[in-house]
Design a protein. Structure first.
Length: 367
């Protein structure tokens, strides 16, 4: 039997016809017979005359922005009543490919998670996407809205070329960018795929809780994507303390050391959204800090990061919102806060609806 070797998460796997499994122990089964018998219990029985959508790489880590994407994807897909939506965690992607392939029919659809992981920054996700695209060549695949960033290094260029080659093999692959800068990249690269520009899928969510608003929410990142020096960070902290009571949070829940499963994902997300909805205004350099502010109708002052995803999302979609303000120069932050919030019109929330911007994505699941 012929097979190809694939790399995923720094480990080597074999991709056989209709199967991906770990090289040495077949994902914990003692022999191939046990493996094939065991897969029957992985997929629930199909409802009669019902097509299926397989969301095969749902996140499990503590980034609430990524968890919000998963929640929003499921809510979005649930609108299409002719489909049953099945969700599988990314950690089991390889072992789930065979049972999904055996269950999958020609009209079923594979969906892959949106976010900012198409590139070399979070490369395990890119490897998973490649494996999935090669494994499901006979089914429509939809990649939910992404930021694309392979960087400018030789390594990034090499990996980008690999992805272009793999993606181009699939004749029914639909790739969506979530902002203009990424859309321009994929237009020039993925010439053999279906492409589109739609907002981050979290902007399709409806949040309707009315909470008492108190204090300032500071949601500033401290990881490799931050563009702030230590001095700049301390400047922001000092400035906000002069203005009012400050609550410091992040969209990454470092206090949650567990794998976030589908059963608790929505509960944890709404707990985070309540923090935004209960604040007078937000200062953030996180993309989903900005987006959480929009869907909770909370005024937001946005700072740039080292790459283009925040500013490009703002320029493409959120510039239309009358309570989201991009502050390019930290020296202007205090002025912007005092001037904008003195204008009561800016407190009433975003007056722009994103509903019509998802029509191109919706078309993937109709007919």
């Amino acid at each position: 039997m012929r097979y190809r070797k694939v790399m995923y998460g720094g480990r080597r796997y074999m991709l056989l016809p209709k199967i991906v499994y770990r090289k040495y122990n077949l994902n914990g089964f003692n022999n191939p017979t046990d493996f094939f018998l065991g897969i029957k219990n992985r997929i629930p029985k199909r409802k009669r005359n019902c097509k299926r959508i397989y969301f095969i790489d749902a996140p499990e880590h503590s980034n609430m922005g990524d968890q919000a994407i998963a929640v929003a994807m499921v809510e979005f897909l649930s609108k299409f009543k002719e489909y049953e939506v099945l969700v599988f965690p990314i950690s089991h992607l390889l072992e789930n490919i065979l049972p999904i392939k055996l269950d999958c029919k020609k009209d079923d659809i594979i969906v892959l998670v949106g976010g900012g992981n198409m590139g070399v920054e979070y490369f395990t996700n890119e490897e998973a996407r490649r494996v999935a695209i090669e494994a499901f060549l006979n089914n429509k695949i939809v990649v939910f809205p992404q930021t694309i960033d392979y960087g400018k290094t030789d390594y990034g260029k090499t990996e980008f070329e690999k992805s272009i080659k793999i993606y181009s093999k699939h004749n029914n692959l639909h790739i969506f960018a979530r902002e203009e800068a990424s859309y321009e990249i994929i237009k020039g690269a993925y010439k053999y795929n279906y492409l589109g520009l739609v907002p981050d899928i979290v902007l399709s969510m409806n949040y309707h809780r009315n909470l008492e608003r108190k204090g300032i929410l500071q949601c500033i990142r401290k990881d490799r994507e931050s563009a702030l020096s230590k001095e700049q960070y301390l400047f922001i902290v000092s400035l906000l303390k002069k203005i009012g009571e400050v609550k410091k949070i992040d969209t990454v829940e470092t206090a949650i050391p567990i794998i976030i499963s589908e059963s608790i994902r929505k509960k944890l997300l709404y707990r985070k959204l309540d923090q935004f909805a209960g604040s007078e205004f937000v200062v953030t350099d996180r993309l989903h800090g900005m987006i959480f502010s929009v869907i909770t109708n909370t005024p937001c002052f946005v700072l740039p990061t080292y790459n283009y995803k925040v500013v490009s999302c703002y320029e493409t979609w959120l510039k239309k919102c009358d309570n989201v303000f991009f502050v390019d120069n930290l020296n202007d932050l205090e002025y912007e806060i005092r001037i904008k919030l003195d204008n009561n019109e800016k407190r009433k929330g975003c007056n722009y609806s994103f509903y019509n911007n998802y029509k191109l994505l919706e078309e993937c699941f109709k007919g």
